[in-house]
Design a protein around this ligand. Structure first.
Ligand code: ATP
Ligand code: MG
Length: 569
């Protein structure tokens, strides 16, 4: 991961206008692009989108909307050996889910293959490109290093007609992969390695997901990206910092070809601690089976986050808060969770679930009686309504909410102590029933005080703790999945610190509880909920079925981010 300080606090006033907005506003003032703002989001369809891409999507679509411009979606699909239609579909779904619309502006770089071929021919005719027969290894060797200039290929000064003939034969499929390439003729001594006669076209006998077998030579990404921007008449071509050194090359192509020139602007990519944001490594996690697919709720992919229950609004809010800068840094994952929590706190109904049940029998409650208690869905949302919860003689509470021999500060249930059951009554623990063999507590015998019903005049009677609970006869069984960071190390992207992805994985990143219970209200539920005192959860979109719900914990209730900022602020 690029070095740089970990950002603990975001200055919101800084985030409100950033350097790219300044550039665009200046261009609008000077009329550089006739007042147009036209951006694009250019993914390569070789994997699913991740939260880093969300930063780029929010930035590109956001700027277009802010300046009444347009933003294209363009697939930079120049490498048939790694790209697939599955990824194209998933990317479109994710961009839409995030809340953005490319309208009728969907493009593929592969649609430009004829045009790019013609551009290559034009460079050959100008004496600015040549066909080389050096092997890939030799080309690397001839390139030189940062401290040493490269060496000219023996084929560099081939006559133009010969180059043209060989390039046509490359296209006709007469050469094997690696036998011939087309290279730009720029400067083998350039201080910028990208300008040392980069390869423009290579032979690749692969079927392309869109152009099929029409081509057996494919343009390199660097010979495609800038020209595609130009053909789409993009005004501000926004990319991440690692492309800064490629800008002179892109500009060289546009200049030599004499075509329209967008302005490339580089910004710092998003890095998140405990997270990997590299499609190559994410693909490895999927391929080696360390996670259950690209949309595993532990993945930093947008599809994983969607399945985990992150609202798109929260991701957009996060992207807004981290701002846009020119130097690399690492954002604390807790900030992302803070944004998720803020959104869910406002929008999700509060319900009860018990994930590690302990049975409670209310001895003075009639055997066959069931009461329907009224529970408000969300005190944060006046339009959220209310629902009914059944109360009866036999209940579940959370095992952690009882201690036989508690310390002083334990304000939950213990022998002789009282607690309130949320939306219901105050109960008192009278006796403990244990397993004869193991000594394990298996049941609590309690009494309730009928005068303390929630909402009644005695409701205000003081007890220190309030617990969540369920009526055993009415509880709906549910599988509950709890998640932790996928990686143990704070900086898993650092190849020095974590040379082997596998050994830096957190073995406890997923805890599955098969035997949880939720309110009957959630039997066929969809969407996101707060389980009181347990966190925010959502119904799993893949593994839930009617009557057998599966819940993913989206995020816990405890906000470590708010704590960090309070301390340092
Ligand atoms: P990866 O490193 O995951 O393979 P990439 O850059 O190869 O990503 P692309 O499909 O080329 O993936 O990315 C599409 C766009 O998203 C590019 O403009 C790229 O700069 C941007 N992008 C990718 N990763 C990040 C990130 N971590 N932060 C911000 N923008 C990103
Ligand atoms: Mg890329």
């Amino acid at each position: 991961m690029p070095s740089g300080e970990k950002i603990l606090q975001i200055d919101d006033s800084e985030a409100s206008t950033h350097f790219i907005q300044h550039i665009i506003e200046e261009d609008l003032k000077t009329g550089k692009y006739d007042g147009r703002v036209h951006t694009r989001f250019p993914p390569e369809p070789n994997g699913y989108l991740h939260i880093g891409h969300a930063k780029s999507i929010c930035l590109n679509f956001g700027l277009a909307s802010q300046y009444s411009g347009k933003c294209n979606l363009r697939f930079d699909d120049t490498n048939p050996s790694k790209e697939e239609e599955e990824y194209v579909k998933a990317i479109m779904e994710d961009v839409r889910w995030l809340g953005f619309d490319w309208e009728d502006r969907l493009y593929y770089s592969s649609e430009n293959f004829d045009q790019l071929y013609e551009y290559a021919v034009r460079l050959i005719e100008k004496g600015k490109a040549y066909v080389d027969e050096l092997s890939p290894e030799q080309i690397r060797e001839y390139r030189g290093t940062l401290t040493e200039p490269g060496r000219d290929s023996p084929h560099r000064d081939r006559p133009m007609e010969e180059n043209l003939g060989l390039f046509k034969r490359m296209r006709a499929g007469e050469f094997a992969e690696g036998e011939m390439v087309l290279r730009a003729k720029i400067d083998m001594a350039s201080g910028n390695l990208n300008l040392r006669d980069p390869v423009l076209y290579r032979v690749l006998k692969a079927t392309h997901h869109r152009t099929g077998d029409k081509w057996c030579i494919y343009p390199m990404y660097d010979f495609t990206h800038g020209q595609s921007d130009s053909l789409e008449r993009i005004t501000h071509s926004i990319c991440t910092l690692e492309f800064e050194d490629h800008r002179p090359l892109y500009d060289w192509f546009l200049e030599e070809l004499g075509i329209y020139r967008p302005q490339q602007i580089e910004f710092a990519r998003l890095n998140l601690n405990y997270t990997i944001l590299s499609k190559r490594k994410l693909l490895q996690l999927v391929a080696e089976g360390h996670v259950n697919g690209w949309n595993d709720p532990r993945m930093p992919t947008l599809s994983g986050m969607r399945r985990r229950g992150y609202p798109p609004e929260a991701i957009r809010d996060f992207c807004e808060r981290i701002g846009v800068a020119k130097s690399n840094s690492t954002i604390d994952f807790a900030l992302l969770e803070h944004c998720v929590r803020e959104d869910l706190n406002r929008t999700s109904p509060r319900v009860m679930a018990v994930i590690r049940p302990l049975k409670v029998v209310i001895e003075n409650y009639p055997e066959d009686q069931v009461e329907e208690l009224i529970a408000e869905n969300n005190p944060q949302d006046p339009s959220g309504g209310s629902r009914k919860i059944p109360f009866s003689r036999v209940l579940y509470i959370e095992r952690d909410d009882f201690m036989e021999d508690p310390p002083k500060k334990f304000f939950r249930l213990a022998p002789g102590r009282e607690v309130r059951l949320k939306h219901a009554y105050i109960i008192k623990c009278e006796r403990v029933v244990k397993d004869e063999n193991t000594g394990e507590v298996v049941e609590l015998r309690c009494t309730y005080d009928p005068e303390t019903k929630s909402g009644s005049s005695q409701e205000g009677r003081k007890v220190k703790g309030t617990l969540h609970w369920l009526s055993v006869a009415h509880a709906q069984r549910a599988e509950v999945r709890l998640y932790n960071h996928l990686f143990l190390k704070e900086n898993p992207a650092d190849e020095k610190e974590c040379p082997d992805l596998k050994s830096s994985l957190n073995p406890d990143s997923l805890e599955t509880i098969g035997n949880g219970f939720v309110e009957p209200y959630l039997k066929d539920a969809v969407g996101r909920f707060q389980f009181l005192r347990l966190g925010y959860f959502c119904v799993d979109s893949e593994d839930s079925s009617p009557g057998a719900p599966v819940f993913n914990r989206t995020v816990t209730l405890r906000d470590t981010w708010a704590k960090i900022t309070k301390k340092s602020g």
